[in-house]
Design a protein around this ligand. Structure first.
Ligand SMILES: O=P(O)(O)OC[C@H]1O[C@H](OP(=O)(O)OP(=O)(O)O)[C@H](O)[C@@H]1O
Ligand SMILES: Nc1ncnc2[nH]cnc12
Length: 282
């Protein structure tokens, strides 16, 4: 699967669309551009030059959090986008399953074969040292084949999950999750979660880091939206997407309050779209 990215700004600014997706209609663009809440959100973000190190224009969301009306506007805009989103029954992408087959750390999938029905994969997912969950499925272009007759809806799942990335993602994620009736799954920095974890390293605008997620927090087939305050290089979101896909779940979209224009169109999110409310002012 080729990597492509898809930025959608709530401000209606230069959206770069995935090749196979229709561009937003003039009506959609007009509605987004006309939303008066976006100006208030943008104005409430403070840009601090040379923090945390020289050359970085730091986008500080704390002034926005001091203004409950603006904070609520930001949460509401995400809630309005995701509340009515129809959840399709797809367990995981072919890319994710192929990744699992190649990854010794998560060596839980075995390729059974490839036929007219698509790719047939046996997934054995470790939940704890004592217990294993065994699933067999085949996925190609969203079509699912079960190898042991497991009913499709049960395999695919229909639950909604909202994932928040430590630490600023935690500010927005739970509020949005509660409003849309989704569970909230924290992705944390290393050595914070007590249970068995998946780990992913990534590169930041100003360093490197690692994210962890509890094994079992997200089930195969669950549809997930990843929330963070800001996307710069996209390294954090990419790591989050990899973690979630390793759990066999499907990332529907990434949602960020702020996008940094200097990285626009440069980050690779495994073809996952990112919905951005406002672009950084400087
Ligand atoms: O697109 P990227 O280049 O990955 O950068 C974006 C990430 O950087 C910031 O978090 P940071 O790691 O500074 O930590 P914090 O949330 O704990 O403040 C921000 O909250 C995003 O998570
Ligand atoms: N310029 C920036 N401002 C705030 N958070 C960031 N995370 C990565 N780059 C950032």
């Amino acid at each position: 699967m080729g990597e492509q990215e898809n930025n959608k700004t709530g401000a209606g600014g230069n959206a770069a669309m995935a090749a196979d997706e229709a561009p937003p209609s003039a009506k959609e663009k007009g509605r987004a551009a006309a939303d008066p809440r976006l100006q208030g959100i943008s104005d409430a973000i403070r840009v601090v030059p040379h923090f945390p190190k020289p050359g970085i224009m730091f986008n500080d969301i704390t002034p926005l959090l001091l203004r409950p009306g603006v904070f609520k506007d930001a949460v509401d805009m995400f809630v309005e986008r995701y509340r009515g989103m129809r959840i399709a029954a797809v367990a995981a992408g072919v890319l994710a399953l192929r990744n699992k087959i190649q990854e010794p750390m998560f060596s839980v999938a075995v390729l059974l074969g490839e036929g007219r029905g698509g790719l047939q994969v046996e997934v054995i997912r470790s939940r704890s040292s004592a217990r294993y969950v065994r699933l067999a499925c085949a996925l190609v272009d969203g079509r699912i084949r079960t190898a042991d007759g497991m009913p499709l809806p049960k395999l695919a799942g229909r639950s909604r999950v909202r994932v928040g990335i430590e630490a600023r993602g935690f500010i927005f994620g739970p509020a949005i999750a509660l409003a849309i009736g989704a569970k909230f799954v924290p992705l944390r920095k290393p050595k914070k979660l007590p249970g068995e974890v998946f780990s992913e390293s990534y590169v930041l605008e100003y360093g490197t880091d690692c994210l962890e997620m509890h094994v079992g927090a997200i089930e195969p087939g669950e549809r997930v939206v990843v929330v963070d305050d800001l996307v710069a290089t996209g390294g954090t979101l990419s790591a989050a997407i990899r973690l979630i896909e390793r759990a066999g779940a499907d990332v529907i979209e990434c949602a960020c309050l702020i996008g940094l224009p200097k990285f626009k169109n440069l980050y690779k999110l495994n073809g996952k779209p990112v919905y951005i409310l406002v672009e950084s002012r400087k």
